[in-house]
Design a protein around this ligand. Structure first.
Ligand code: 26Q
Length: 792
């Protein structure tokens, strides 16, 4: 399959025909493109073979508004098993593979966890030869690029396609037409290969791009009405222009609804067309097609399938409904009430009148069923799909799907017993748990080759890159001084690499001998970056009071984007940057603690941060983080967690041992109790917990400057004052502050004992097997879709 001579010739040919350039004159970006296309040439036959093979039987489809893929080159080479070989071939051409890799733009078509999970699932399904195809949208602008200006977040458009994407192929002939109320769109598919590791199977990610029916109005152009001539084109293309950079609240309205409908309608039409080629009666559709809805964003696919079946295929409603029920499944990724999608009826009806009509029929059907089950009026009202002029997409999903799953054990329990309890009582058989996972290819083999090589040496095989459970065998080395030292050496090496990278990216020098204490994730109040900040500031003041305090040196590293409209999240970024300025410029503190907020945290930055961490910060308010997946990336890279018993942290410490992590804080039941009884009074803690008032008051006492934006006052008020619907300190920061500080002191003590620390790292690493996304996706395949693997 791989032929060195052909490969070199391909690169030269592509440079010539695409850029009219020779290798010696080519730009790095051009080389990246040519190398990537030459790799496409290596894999394309197997890709087509896989498509044909899958097409013969039952397939599953992942419908997701987000895919946070990151870069492809390095990952594809790893999965093809030719990374080292290509590196060598390129060096013969005087090309450094690492330099070329860094020229690739991240495909940042997602916000955070939900989008990155979709990307890990793609990798795992290909590796397991599972017939799973991803459907999504080809946003021309992915997640915004973040910069800081005077400590404030600035956003810039992310033009990831500016140099063209070598990994996608436009399939013009498979274009489908999507009708919106006031316009007709051509949805053009772009296919990206998803290469399995250690298999020839190559799955597909199909992303739709919106185009007008006609590119421009010729007669208007002729009349010199240039803007008008392209107006329709622009309105059509707007639909897939930009990813909504929002992972908390409803926004964007009409355009976002159009996006969701385009994804749903185009993907379904694609499936129906494929199915009809089989010449089987449409009632058998679910025997060949299973669709996973990634949260509520693609849920409009449910009424859309019913519409297609009734209006275009001529079935009756009951037949359509039965087909739907057997086809769709729904994953819930959030417990936050405000993130449960609801659409305002007048808006929805205006954009999608026929779909609205179908939803009203479903809604009535549900009400009949609820009444038939003799549910109280209260419950019926609570569960109505259309209620008070709002359409509840999650209710629609639960009613129409055959399974509903949460993404970690605790999350699923909270769904069953609290958030979705009414639904659980009605349909207990629908509810399942599928604890999230991460792909070991990207999050170990690609991002930490040093650790991967070491593990291969110890185990005598590379099998752990597929089967992480094998790492458990390494428990026998837990007292082996030499092995533990080697692990610490690798960690040091990764810290040095990160130090170099941060120097270039942030112009900040950090000390590789300090503890790298890292919190990287979207900025959200419930994730409590503010708790981390308060602790740092408290430590700073204690160091000022007591300069001889004997603490381990620490570098506190943050990375986080705030949704552009999320004022308080942006305030927290500014606040942390102010703290960094104060601490990093204090001569007395130099060499003791340092704070770095890296800008533009994304998948590629993550690949450098996870392996270099000494401490993983997972400190959300218990009950709020559905799962978390960053926590798993740290764990696999031999990093202990300081965290609450929230999301997948619960299962992480179950696997790695409580004693090897630093667990603190109120439990989810306790938090629920306090909310229920309204018994939490943050002011009590503010007044009584030592040191707390001092740090909180910096928000208003002039210690820091927020350029008169009122941002810091806004944070302060949110912690201490009731504000309409919001309770003070809604995320229980004050409640957990003291216990967090205690846990941090344990970290400090534990780190002083190098050997013991290494053991904790070791135990985390070798027990990360459960969090392999191969395990997760095979559970979806068996327990939800009932599909088998199909090796080509
Ligand atoms: C909603 C309405 C309008 C615009 C955007 C949105 C929106 C967009 C993205 C709402 C939510 C999201 C993303 C949610 C998300 O990433 N959830 C995370 O999913 C991970 C994978 O399951 C979990 O590990 C995380 O705990 C969860 O926060």
């Amino acid at each position: 399959m791989f032929n060195k001579k052909n490969f070199k010739e391909d690169i030269e040919l592509i440079l010539k025909i695409k850029y009219g350039n020779k290798l010696e004159n080519a730009l790095e970006e051009e080389k990246f493109y040519a190398i990537s296309k030459a790799i496409m040439n290596i894999l394309i036959d197997d890709w087509n073979k896989t498509k044909n093979k899958y097409n013969k039987g039952k397939e599953a489809y992942y419908f997701s508004a987000e895919y946070l893929m990151g870069r492809a080159l390095g990952n594809n080479l790893i999965n093809l098993g030719i990374y080292d070989e290509i590196k060598e071939v390129l060096s013969e051409l005087n090309i450094d593979l690492n330099d070329i890799e860094s020229k690739e733009e991240d495909a940042g078509l997602g916000n955070g966890g939900l989008g990155r999970l979709a990307a890990c699932f793609m990798d795992s399904s290909a590796t397991l030869n599972l017939p799973l195809t991803g459907y999504g949208l080809r946003y021309n602008y992915g997640i915004f690029e973040q910069a800081f200006g005077d400590g404030f977040q600035l956003e810039k458009a992310n033009d990831w396609l500016k140099n063209d994407d070598p990994w996608s192929i436009k399939k013009e002939d498979e274009t489908v037409i999507v009708n919106l109320n006031n316009k007709t769109i051509r949805a053009v598919p772009y296919d990206t290969p998803i290469i399995g590791y250690d298999t020839k199977n190559t799955n597909t990610l199909r992303l739709w791009e919106a185009h007008p029916i006609e590119d421009f109005d010729f007669s208007l152009f002729n009349d010199q009405e240039y803007d008008k001539a392209v107006e329709k084109k622009n309105r059509a293309e707007d639909i897939t222009r930009v990813l909504y950079p929002n992972d908390s609240t409803e926004k964007g309205k009409i355009l976002r609804l159009e996006q969701q409908y385009l994804l749903a309608s185009a993907s379904l039409k694609d499936l129906i067309r494929k199915f009809k080629n089989k010449n089987i009666d449409i009632s058998n559709f679910p025997q060949y097609n299973k669709i996973q809805l990634n949260d509520t964003h693609p849920v409009v696919a449910i009424p859309e399938l019913i519409r297609i079946l009734i209006d275009e295929e001529g079935t009756d409603f009951d037949t359509a409904w039965n087909i739907c029920k057997q086809t769709f499944s729904y994953t819930n990724h959030t417990i936050l009430q405000e993130a449960l999608e609801k659409w305002y009826v007048p808006l929805f009806r205006e954009v999608l009148p026929r779909i609205y009509e179908i939803i009203t029929i479903i809604s009535e059907k549900l009400i009949d069923e609820l009444k038939h089950n003799e549910l109280s009026e209260d419950k019926v009202n609570n569960m109505k799909i259309i209620n008070h002029d709002l359409i509840h997409m999650a209710w629609l999903a639960i009613y129409a799907c055959h399974t509903v799953n949460g993404v970690a054990a605790l999350h699923t329990e909270i769904l069953k017993n609290q958030e979705l309890n009414n639904w659980y009582e009605l349909y207990p058989e629908k509810f399942q748990n599928k604890t999230n996972g991460i792909t070991p290819r990207r999050w170990l083999a690609l991002s930490n080759p040093e650790l991967t090589n070491f593990l291969e040496e110890l185990l005598g095989t590379k099998d752990f890159i597929k089967d992480l459970d094998i790492l458990k065998k390494l428990e026998k080395f837990i007292d082996d001084e030499e092995k533990l030292n080697k692990l610490l050496e690798i960690k040091k090496e990764k810290k040095l690499q990160l130090k170099e990278y941060i120097k270039i990216q942030e112009s900040i020098e950090i000390d590789e001998n300090s503890i790298f204490d890292i919190q990287i994730k979207r900025l959200h109040e419930y994730k409590r970056q503010l708790l981390n900040a308060f602790h740092i500031l408290d430590l700073y003041y204690r160091l000022k009071e007591n300069p001889s305090m004997n603490i381990e040196k620490r570098t506190f590293i943050f990375g986080a984007k705030a949704a552009p409209g999320y004022f308080r999240a942006k305030a927290i970024i500014k606040y942390i940057n102010e703290i960094a300025k104060l601490i990093n410029n204090d001569e007395e503190i130099k060499g003791k603690i340092k704070v770095v907020f890296v800008h533009n945290y994304n998948v590629s930055y993550g690949e450098k941060l996870f392996p270099a961490a000494d401490l993983s910060e997972q400190i959300s308010t218990a009950g709020k983080e559905a799962s978390g997946t960053g926590n798993m990336k740290f764990m696999l890279n031999a990093t202990p967690t300081i965290g609450t018993l929230d999301g997948a942290n619960v299962e992480i410490v179950e696997e790695a041992g409580m004693e090897n992590n630093f667990i603190f804080g109120a439990h989810s039941e306790e938090i629920e109790e306090m909310k229920k009884n309204d018994s939490y009074n943050p002011r009590e803690y503010y007044e009584n917990v030592k040191g707390l008032k001092r740090v909180v008051d910096t928000l208003i006492d002039g210690t820091f400057d927020d350029n008169s934006t009122g941002m810091f006052r806004n944070i302060y008020d949110s912690l201490l004052n009731t504000n309409g619907w919001e309770r003070p300190d809604n995320y229980f920061i004050f409640k957990d502050f003291d216990d967090y500080r205690r846990a941090q002191e344990h970290v400090d003590k534990a780190y002083k004992d190098k050997r013991n620390w290494a053991k904790k790292c070791w135990m985390n690493m070798i027990n990360a097997g459960k969090f392999n996304s191969d395990r997760t996706i095979s559970q979806y395949a068996k327990e939800i879709w009932n599909i088998d693997s199909k090796k080509i």
